[in-house]
Unconditional design. Structure first.
Length: 575
């Protein structure tokens, strides 16, 4: 019989010990869960922070609310300035994960306008955020995104765009901060003049419509640019002005700049020479002096003659003609031959008070009247000596802007009414009443005389077939610290068309042109800028509603017999 052996029982744990072990396990599990939750919270916080930091405005960037500006249109509704949403590419240098050299190489491949060294310098800046590209295309954004670096960030920001690039840049102006003012705001042109309206939320939905016609603007810029390059001129200006409303149809100042990209733009390019620069505009003043003589009664007959037989010596100065006729000249001949001597004698008879009063009535005594804030005051004679009156009569000793001159010519031909110029498109019938400066009769006479200058005198190269152009050339020596230069001049042609019913004034000017074969070795207005005006009128006349005609013209039949002999090609005055 087998004996039974008792097995030992397993040790028993007390209930309290089991509870302690379970509690410990729970604590450990809770700690693990808290650690996981903290990790998730850290990741979420990091993502949120990156999300906030990818907004350039949070990186102490500019106030992008100020970029939400109203559109600017030309008179036909073409956009000249507008606000768009543009892509930007930036980086948080302190948060880069990848190798900076490798990232810089990839950035240089995608954006080759800078090399890898440049991008490496941006990636190592001791800043929280910096831009890499402010005007990125969606394709470029995708390419940079493919690098896979989390610290490279992208955003869409409002951007001011000038779709015509340099066209009418001095009219439109530009926006941005300055060294003294970090605010993004209008700094020149219409952008500056209408800053409040363009940024006012209640108004920016309604665009500003300018008087500028982009087609005419483009033609003037093209023709002036060609002339400036051909004659290596220092600067050039051009204006097309509606004689009946004062609306500026085109305003050109060269050199020009691109308001989309201002970096590297020189001060000369930023300057609006049409309204900010003043010039002695020479013989273009002679028609104003002649109108003063007619209006004041100094000249009551076109046959009145003035001695131009020899240079005029007065007060230690000598006034001479560049192409002397060496005889007495009547009124049409004085303008056709552009006689300084005869004009000086006429100004002498007018006298200081009446001549200065006319210049004042023409607006020459103050800054040009226009919406732009970039406007220069004239250089007015301090003391009107007798010689001052004589030389001012033919445009020396007084300096005004090209816009002053354009407005004066509008007054000469529109019936004698001076009106302020404007860059705003006016509704039909909304032109200001203006003020009468000349009588209708004097204005009609000036239309005849200006037409004769083009058909018979120094302005022949300014004629545009069918458009009945009238105008006056002006070639003035440039004044400097050492006196007047004999080698450098300002060449100007001021014209209007059609002279039988004037609609527009066209003024073109070159500053310090250099003679070449195109100008037959001349730097004078007859050879340099008169052809510019001719081409501009030929290209834009029909656009402006002026139909060319070979049968219509202003009647000059009563004046033609007063031209003792019309100057031939070899005797044309060089102005």
């Amino acid at each position: 019989m087998t004996a039974l052996v008792a097995r030992p029982l397993p040790p028993r744990r007390m209930t309290g010990q089991r509870h302690a072990l379970v509690a410990t396990a729970h604590v450990r599990l809770m700690i693990l869960m808290l650690m996981i939750a903290a990790g998730f919270a850290l990741v979420i916080a990091k993502i949120a922070m990156l999300g906030l930091l990818t907004t350039p405005a949070s990186a102490q960037g500019p106030n992008f609310g100020s970029l939400m500006r109203g559109d600017i249109l030309d008179r036909n509704g073409e956009p000249l300035a507008r606000t768009i949403e543009a892509w930007t590419i930036g980086v948080h240098p302190s948060q880069l994960i990848g190798d900076r050299h490798d990232i810089a190489d990839k950035l240089a491949q995608a954006m080759p306008e800078h090399d890898a060294a440049y991008y490496y310098s941006r990636l190592t800046l001791p800043v929280n955020f910096t831009y890499l590209e402010r005007h990125a295309s969606p394709a470029l954004v995708n390419q940079i995104h493919a690098i896979g670096e989390p610290a490279l960030v992208f955003a869409q920001e409002p951007e001011r765009l000038y779709p015509q690039t340099t066209m009418a840049a001095h009219v439109l102006g530009y926006i941005g901060p300055t060294a003294k003012d970090p605010r993004i705001m209008g700094r020149a042109g219409i952008e500056r003049a209408f800053e409040e309206r363009l940024t006012n939320p209640a108004q920016r939905g309604t665009p500003i419509t300018l008087s500028i016609d982009s087609r005419v603007q483009a033609a003037m810029e093209s023709e002036l640019g060609h002339a400036m390059t051909s004659f290596q001129a220092k600067a050039a200006t051009g204006v097309v002005l509606d004689v009946n409303t004062g609306e500026v149809i085109a305003m050109v100042s060269l050199p020009v700049y691109n308001p989309n990209k201002l970096a590297g733009t020189g001060i000369d390019a930023l300057r609006n020479n049409v309204t900010q620069s003043v010039y002695e505009l020479g013989s273009t003043f002679k028609p104003i002096t002649m109108a003063t003589a007619i209006e004041s009664g100094v000249v009551t007959s076109m046959s009145k003659r003035f001695d131009a037989t020899e240079p005029l010596h007065i007060g230690g100065f000598t006034i001479h003609d560049d192409h002397a006729q060496k005889r007495f000249l009547d009124i049409p001949e004085t303008l056709v031959h552009s006689s300084n001597i005869a004009t000086a004698r006429i100004a002498d008879e007018i006298g200081k008070d009446r001549l200065a009063a006319m210049f004042t009535a023409m607006g020459f005594g103050e800054r040009p009247t226009i919406e732009l804030r970039e406007r220069a005051g004239p250089i007015w004679p301090v003391f009107w000596a007798r010689t001052t009156v004589m030389t001012a009569g033919y445009g020396h000793g007084i300096a005004v802007t090209p816009l002053h001159l354009a407005n004066a010519y509008a007054t000469l031909v529109n019936g004698g009414i001076w009106r302020p110029t404007t860059l705003m498109k006016l509704a039909p019938g909304a032109a200001p009443a203006g003020r009468r400066v000349l009588s209708e009769a004097t204005s009609a006479r000036m239309r005849q005389l200006l037409r004769l200058v083009v058909t018979q005198g120094t302005g022949r190269k300014g004629e545009a077939p069918g458009y009945r152009v009238g105008g006056k050339t002006g070639t003035a020596e440039i004044a400097g610290a050492g006196g007047y230069s004999k080698k450098s001049n300002v060449s100007t042609f001021a014209a209007a068309f059609p002279m039988d019913a004037p609609r527009y004034v066209v003024v073109a000017m070159l500053d310090a042109p250099i003679a070449n074969a195109e100008s037959a070795g001349q730097t004078t207005a007859a050879w340099t800028v008169a052809p510019v005006v001719s081409r501009v009128i030929s290209r834009t006349g029909a656009m402006l509603g002026v139909l060319p005609s070979t049968t219509r013209d202003v009647d000059v039949s009563e004046l033609l017999p007063l031209l003792w002999h019309a100057p031939g090609e070899d005797s044309a005055d060089p102005e």
